[in-house]
Design a protein around this ligand. Structure first.
Ligand SMILES: O=C(O)c1cc(=O)[nH]c(=O)n1[C@@H]1O[C@H](COP(=O)(O)O)[C@@H](O)[C@H]1O
Length: 231
């Protein structure tokens, strides 16, 4: 998963906007500076699922970030219902039952399944508040090991855990890291952050960047800067 053809594919732009029209406007403004887009809750619930085949037909890749988690049958059938949209990646939370169900549901032709280990807005205190006895780093490592056992295609974690995750999952599965901030950008609600260049140097396959691009005066220039930093 580390040998990508086009360096722009390493950047996944999170289209966290409220309407499909806004999302399409951003994709147009960014132009050929980015090739890979993420559609999460906000846009998906505002009609964004219809954008997946349109972006795919235009030659762009789509990460459908639905972070599924439910009983096994519901996850399996939910993933199966999404297989024909043309997404490249789909997220589920990294619970063993959920991951196994998602792999069954995606079959041979569905999107690659990424397991979200511990959200990048969590630190150890947040994990403790949620009832977990393990520190974040240990929880991520444990879930990455379980994801590999479940046959998952990739892991979503913070860049801080990427090297430990790589040791658990090997090089055939992707590591995708949100919480990426160009130097000087505001972290916002992200607690475990890293710059694009540092992320690339430690072998992260894909970085996810939302607000630093989508809220910039010139989203195209910011996207170009991030890709250049990862060359
Ligand atoms: O699954 C994700 O993409 C995700 C997992 C995670 O642990 N942290 C995280 O921030 N994300 C997503 O990555 C994006 C980050 O956006 P920015 O913080 O604006 O760059 C958002 O769309 C989040 O939903």
């Amino acid at each position: 998963m580390t040998a990508l053809q086009d360096p722009r594919d390493r950047l996944i732009v999170a289209l966290d906007v409220g309407t499909v029209a806004e999302a399409e406007g951003l994709v147009d403004r960014i132009g050929d500076a980015a090739t890979f887009y993420k559609i999460g809750y906000r846009l998906a619930y505002a009609g964004g699922l219809a954008l997946v085949p349109r972006l795919a037909a235009s030659g762009r890749k789509v990460f459908l970030d639905l972070k599924l988690h439910d009983i096994g049958n519901t996850v399996e059938e939910g993933v199966r219902a999404l297989t024909d949209l043309g997404a490249t990646f789909l997220t589920v939370h990294a619970y063993p039952q959920t991951m196994r169900a998602a792999i069954r549901g995606r079959g041979a032709n569905g999107p690659k399944i990424l397991a979200v280990t511990v959200l990048t807005s969590y630190d150890d205190a947040d994990a403790a508040e949620a009832g977990y006895a393990l520190p974040v780093a240990e929880l991520v490592a444990r879930r990455a090991g379980q994801a590999a056992e479940a046959g998952i295609d990739g892991i979503v974690c913070s860049a801080a855990e990427a090297e430990a995750v790589r040791a658990r999952i090997g090089t055939d599965r992707a590591i995708v890291t949100p919480g990426i901030r160009p130097a000087g950008a505001e972290a916002g609600d992200q607690k475990r952050v890293m710059t694009p260049g540092a992320a690339r140097r430690i072998g992260i396959d894909y970085v996810v960047v939302g607000r630093p691009i989508t809220q910039a005066a010139d989203p195209r220039a910011v996207a170009q800067g991030i890709v250049a930093e990862m060359l």
